[in-house]
Design a protein around this ligand. Structure first.
Ligand code: FBP
Length: 255
C-alpha cells in the first residue's frame, strides 16, 4: 500500500494495524508553571529519555523543548501550537507556534487546545480553522485537545466531554484528546460519539499506581485508541516502570 505523507506521519504516532497509541504529554509547565511541579525534575531531556526508553508513539511538547530535545534524542515529537499560562484566569489558548515552524523542528504531528464552552470558544475555533488550513498544506496530522470549560459544569462532566470530543471529530482534527469522564461506561459514550476519529484520554491528576493502571485498563475497555499520559508518569520517581506497564496495557506486545 502506498501511503501519503500525512498517513505516513500518522502511522508513526498511532499503530496502523491495531489503531492504538501511547503518547506522553509534557506541555504542563507552560500551562501551570514550574512551582506547581516543585520537586520534580522538569528538564525536557529527562522526560524525553523516559518517553524514548518507554517506546511511546510520540511526545507532546512546545517548540522550545522540541528544539532542545531533537539535538539529543530521536523520537516522534508532537508540537503543541497553542498555549496559555495560569497567571491569568482567561480561558483562552493563543496560537504560539505555526505549523511551518513545527515542521521545521521535525514535528511528526501538531496539537492544539480548544476550550469548548469557554467565553473565548469562537476565537479558538477560528484559530483551529487556520491551523487546519496550515496542516493540510503541509500534510501534518492534528491532535485536538478538546477540553470543556463550561460555567457550572466540571471539566470532566460526561455530557460536555461527549460534546467536546464530537466537536473535534466534526471539525476535522485527526485525533481527539480529551478528559477521562471517570468511568468506562461514560467514556465509551465519548468514544462512540466521535467514532470516526481515534479518541485518546488524558491521564489526569496524580493518583496512586494501582488506581492509575485501572484507569488505563478502563480507558482501553471503553474502546478508546489510547492515552496521552503526563503527570502520572513523569511526575513519579519510578516513571519508567509505570510507563512500561501502561504500554503493556495499551499495546500488549504489538507496538
Ligand atoms: P495529564 O495526562 O498529566 O493529565 O496531562 C494532560 C494535559 O492535558 C496536559 O497536556 C496539559 O498540560 C494539562 O493536562 C492541562 O490540564 P488542565 O486542562 O486540567 O489544566
Amino acid at each position: 500500500m502506498i501511503f501519503n505523507k500525512k498517513q505516513r506521519r500518522l502511522n508513526r504516532i498511532i499503530n496502523p494495524k491495531t489503531k492504538r497509541t501511547l503518547l506522553m504529554a509534557f506541555d504542563h509547565v507552560v500551562e501551570h508553571g514550574p512551582v506547581e511541579y516543585e520537586g520534580i525534575d522538569l528538564d525536557p531531556l529527562r522526560i524525553a529519555r523516559i518517553a524514548h526508553d518507554g517506546k511511546v508513539n510520540g511526545l507532546i511538547v512546545h517548540s522550545g523543548a522540541a528544539r532542545y530535545i531533537r539535538k539529543h534524542i530521536n523520537l516522534p515529537l508532537i508540537i503543541k501550537l497553542t498555549g496559555k499560562t495560569s497567571l491569568t484566569p482567561k480561558e483562552f489558548q493563543a496560537v504560539v507556534t505555526t505549523v511551518k515552524e513545527a515542521e521545521y523542528l521535525g514535528a511528526t504531528a501538531v496539537a492544539a487546545t480548544v476550550y469548548v464552552g469557554s467565553e473565548y470558544e469562537d476565537r479558538m475555533l477560528e484559530n483551529l480553522s487556520e491551523i487546519k488550513r496550515q496542516c493540510s498544506e503541509r500534510k501534518m496530522p492534528l491532535i485536538g485537545f478538546m477540553y470543556p470549560r463550561v460555567k457550572g459544569k466540571k471539566k470532566d462532566d460526561p455530557n460536555v466531554v461527549r460534546y467536546a470530543a464530537r466537536l473535534g471529530a466534526e471539525l476535522g482534527v485527526d485525533i481527539v484528546k480529551t478528559y477521562y469522564t471517570g468511568s468506562k461506561e461514560t467514556f465509551s459514550k465519548v468514544v462512540l460519539d466521535a467514532n470516526f476519529v481515534p479518541v485518546l484520554s488524558a491521564g489526569g491528576e496524580m493518583k496512586d499506581e494501582i488506581e492509575f493502571f485501572q484507569l488505563v485498563r478502563d480507558v482501553m475497555a471503553s474502546g478508546a485508541s489510547g492515552m496521552a499520559v503526563g503527570r502520572n508518569v513523569w511526575g513519579k520517581g519510578n516513571a519508567s516502570s509505570i510507563l512500561n506497564e501502561v504500554r503493556k496495557i495499551i499495546h500488549g506486545d504489538s507496538r
